[in-house]
Structures are given as structure tokens and as C-alpha cells.
Design a binder for this molecule. Structure first.
Ligand code: HEC
Length: 142
């Protein structure tokens, strides 16, 4: 019995630290909904979670330590997005007007991703766009 107490305590802590169940369910629901149909979306989602989600909201609609990316594919040119993702600081230094504007908004620095190829960025921004569109539908169903 004595051995059980720490175990129970651990289980309790684990359960109480679990992220918001509702949002987890939402993610899982979405996954089953899209996974058979859309492999590119799933790949983009993984790449986004690994590289971007620590600063950018995966829902694409909330500001975290970085701006929400929903709609960014409509706001910016593709080449700009790819260059910026690979090295935003360089664009700032070269005086790119949007990079300067973002910098002046006082955000912390964005990591550079020089190794992300066009192909990978294509997949990531596909997910960003799709997720933003689907996200709206899901919020309506809530
Ligand atoms: C360490 C935190 C961090 C990570 C990781 C990160 N970003 Fe950012 N990102 C930022 C911040 C902060 C900004 C705001 C501008 C700035 O300060 O550079 C930003 C800005 C952006 C912008 C410009 C938004 C706009 O309105 O034009 C894009 C696009 C972007 N990030 C894409 C990405 C992508 C794609 C990834 C993953 C491959 C990523 N970021 C990873 C912090 C991050």
C-alpha cells in the first residue's frame, strides 16, 4: 500500500496537468477527419508542431509570443514568406519594409530556419492556410 501512494500522487498530478481536454479532442477529431484525405496537411501539421508551434498558435487565430499566422498566405507574397521564415533578421537588416514594421512592433526575435527547403515550406504554409479555414468551421460547431 505504501508503494501505491506515490503512484497515486503521480497519477493525480499527471491528470491535473493535462492540457485542456476540449482542445485535445478537437485536434484528434480533426486528425481523423483529414488524415486519410490529406497527407500534405498531416505532414504540414507535423512540421509546424516541430518548428513553429512553440511561438505561433496552432489554431492560427491567437497571438502568443508571436503573431497569429492565419491569413498570412493571403497577406504576403510567397517568396517573402519563404525568405522571411528562413532568415527574418537578414531581411530586417536589408531594410525590407514589412520586416522592419514587424520588428518595430516589439516582438521577440524569430528563429531562423535556413534548412527549410521550398518543398517543406510549401507543405507548412499549406497547413497554415488549411488549418485557418477549417478552424473557423470547428469554432462554429463548438
Ligand atoms: C522563437 C519563436 C518563433 C518560432 C519558433 C517561429 N516564429 Fe515566426 N515569428 C516569431 C516572432 C516573434 C515574429 C514577429 C516578428 C519578429 O519579431 O520577427 C514572427 C513572425 C513570423 C511571420 C510574419 C508574420 C506576418 O504577419 O507577416 C511568419 C510568416 C512566421 N513568423 C512564420 C513562422 C514559421 C513558418 C515558423 C516555423 C517554421 C516560425 N515562424 C517559427 C517567432 C517565432
Amino acid at each position: 500500500m505504501k508503494k501505491l501512494i506515490p503512484l497515486l500522487l503521480f497519477t493525480f498530478l499527471f491528470v491535473s496537468c493535462k492540457p485542456d481536454v476540449k482542445s485535445v479532442k478537437k485536434e484528434v477529431g480533426l486528425k481523423t477527419e483529414t488524415s486519410q484525405k490529406d497527407k500534405k496537411y498531416e505532414e504540414g501539421r507535423s512540421l509546424f508542431l516541430i518548428n513553429c508551434a512553440s511561438c505561433h498558435s496552432t489554431q492560427m487565430n491567437k497571438i502568443m509570443t508571436a503573431p497569429a499566422l492565419g491569413g498570412v498566405t493571403k497577406r504576403r507574397e510567397k517568396k517573402w514568406l519563404y525568405d522571411y521564415t528562413r532568415n527574418s533578421m537578414e531581411m530586417f537588416k536589408n531594410g525590407d519594409s514589412i520586416a522592419v514594421e514587424l520588428r518595430n512592433q516589439g516582438w521577440a526575435l524569430m528563429t531562423s530556419f535556413p534548412d527549410l527547403t521550398d518543398e517543406k515550406l510549401d507543405i507548412i504554409y499549406y497547413f497554415v492556410e488549411k488549418k485557418f479555414e477549417i478552424g473557423d468551421e470547428i469554432r462554429v460547431m463548438d
